[in-house]
Design a protein around this ligand. Structure first.
Ligand SMILES: Cc1cc2nc3c(=O)[nH]c(=O)nc-3n(C[C@H](O)[C@H](O)[C@H](O)COP(=O)(O)OP(=O)(O)OC[C@H]3O[C@@H](n4cnc5c(N)ncnc54)[C@H](O)[C@@H]3O)c2cc1C
Length: 456
């Protein structure tokens, strides 16, 4: 947003950032010469505007991500399946009488049907937030996504939702509002998943990590970002805003005539006195936690994919169970198939045969880090039969501040959009849009296009 405003001619755009770096939930840490993504990691077919920013700032190569394997529970323990095998297995569970070899057609026809429904409900639009749906559409989507799929006889798509959304932290299919699910699963995304360009995956990773983009944008455009500057108070008056912030040890105060709030709105209630209208919209969000841990391990038991999702752990909803992993070096260097499973290649630029992977856990209640680490060690030992050499770093994120099914059905996201600028404030970031780059940036673009710009 700061970059876009500066480009539009605004001279005094100041960003206050409490951390020592820009990036927020895009956090890339180099380990053994490899960028390890602790936060933002993938792009999908709806990410063209973000890829444009990467290209414009020469912020690394946009590379296809090797497809994940789905590890499913069997009496003999967890076994890896390709995503197509997994979809076929789930299709068979739903329709035991499906003729052999027709699972793919069954699945694809559900995708086509879903695309038709999506287009008839929301039409064509830009960004992630569709134009405000009318009352009939809000009523038709006033349910969790599983119910929505069942009503339309396309329940098989819950199999796709698991890796494409739940694993990314976007909620369980039987809990999340159908509206959120459809904001993420657009026709363009689904078509892109099915129709690979030149046989390549349409899910992308970036060679220098996503945080590099934000750092380069700040540097190349000389943005006025005040690092280590936590905003601790905002005083509103008719003339504008006074920002009180902590600059290392010192408290400072600056005046502005327009304010753009970016963190989770609910978390700001002790920083700014929200009025009744703001409170009624912002206080209702809730979120879960995403734990990312970097683990150095021996090679152990591997499939042919350097990314794995543990399907039954995700479905089981047991706090602190591991949900997935990504071996970043192999993913970035496209070491897959038997090249990966046989372990012939090193696991980092130092040439050592050590696997460095990011593991994901997603508890609903605030985790105890020690318990999360213990459970992760046990998982690596029992599933991969590997030895943990080091658990390098662990971050617990507050994740996906969201509204309940019934709040979404009131049109709350559009009520917030309609309030933009009314009090000399724009409210942006994931809590008013969606916990993803295209959610946040798509929302910024929408605001810049449709809301009244502050005075220059
Ligand atoms: C593990 C994980 C994996 C993810 N994977 C993907 C992915 O693959 N693809 C994707 O698109 N997205 C992904 N995301 C989500 C994406 O990173 C976020 O949705 C996005 O970065 C949110 O941007 P934001 O500006 O809303 O908030 P944030 O990135 O959280 O930024 C908010 C900033 O505000 C600062 N701040 C907060 N309070 C104050 C204060 N009082 N004073 C000063 N500064 C303050 C914070 O330090 C932070 O830098 C992932 C996130 C996580 C955690």
């Amino acid at each position: 947003m700061a970059y876009k405003l500066k480009k539009a001619g605004f001279k005094n755009v100041v960003v206050f950032e409490q951390g020592k770096d820009v990036g927020g939930k895009s956090r890339t840490i180099y380990h053994r010469g490899v960028p390890q993504e602790f936060g933002t990691c993938y792009g999908q077919p709806d990410y063209e505007k973000i890829y444009d920013l990467i290209r414009e700032h020469d912020a690394g190569d946009i590379l296809p991500m090797p497809g994940p394997d789905m590890w499913v529970d069997t009496p003999a323990g967890k076994v890896p399946l390709t995503t197509s095998q997994y979809y076929a297995l789930e299709a068979r569970k739903l329709k035991p009488d499906l003729a052999n070899g027709t699972e793919g057609i069954f699945f694809q026809s559900a995708v086509q049907k879903y695309i038709g429904i999506h287009r008839s409900l929301f039409g064509e639009y830009e960004g992630m937030l569709m134009p405000r749906p009318n009352r009939t559409v809000l009523d038709a989507t006033d349910k969790n996504f599983l119910k929505f799929l069942q009503e339309h006889d396309i329940e098989i798509l819950k199999a796709l939702f698991l890796p494409a959304a739940t694993m990314q932290g976007y909620g369980h299919v039987d809990e999340i509002s159908a509206l959120y699910a459809m904001m993420w699963l657009t026709p363009n995304f689904l078509l892109g998943l099915l129709q690979r360009t030149n046989g390549e995956s349409n899910i992308k990773i970036v060679s220098k990590g996503f945080q590099f983009l934000w750092k380069e944008m700040t540097r190349q455009n000389n943005l006025d970002v005040r690092l280590n500057s936590q905003v601790i108070g905002i005083i509103r008056s008719r003339k504008g805003f006074r920002i009180i912030y902590k600059d290392c040890k010192f408290w400072r105060l600056e005046k502005f005539d327009f304010l753009i709030l970016t963190p989770t709105m609910k978390s700001l209630s002790n920083v700014i006195a929200f009025n009744d209208e703001e409170n009624s919209l912002f206080q209702k969000t809730f979120g879960y936690y995403f734990i990312t841990t970097l683990a150095d391990t021996t090679y152990g038991r591997r499939s042919g994919a350097p990314t794995g999702y543990y399907a039954d752990n995700i479905k089981g909803k047991i706090d602190n169970f591991a949900w997935g992993f990504r071996d970043s070096y192999a993913s970035l260097n496209d070491i897959v198939g038997t090249n990966y499973s046989s372990g012939v290649y090193p696991g980092g630029t130092d040439g050592k045969k050590i696997q460095s992977s990011i593991f994901y856990q997603m508890p609903q209640s605030r985790p105890d880090k020690k318990i999360a680490r213990r459970m992760l060690r046990e998982h690596i030992r029992s599933v991969h039969q590997a030895r943990v050499l080091n658990l390098e770093k662990q971050i617990v994120w507050d994740y996906f501040p969201r509204y309940s099914v019934s709040d979404m059905a009131t049109g709350i996201l559009w009520d917030i959009f309609d309030m933009q600028g009314k009090y000399g404030i724009w409210y942006i970031g994931s809590s008013v849009s969606y916990e993803s780059l295209n959610g946040v940036i798509g929302y910024n673009n929408l605001l810049l296009k449709h809301a009244e710009l502050p005075r220059k």
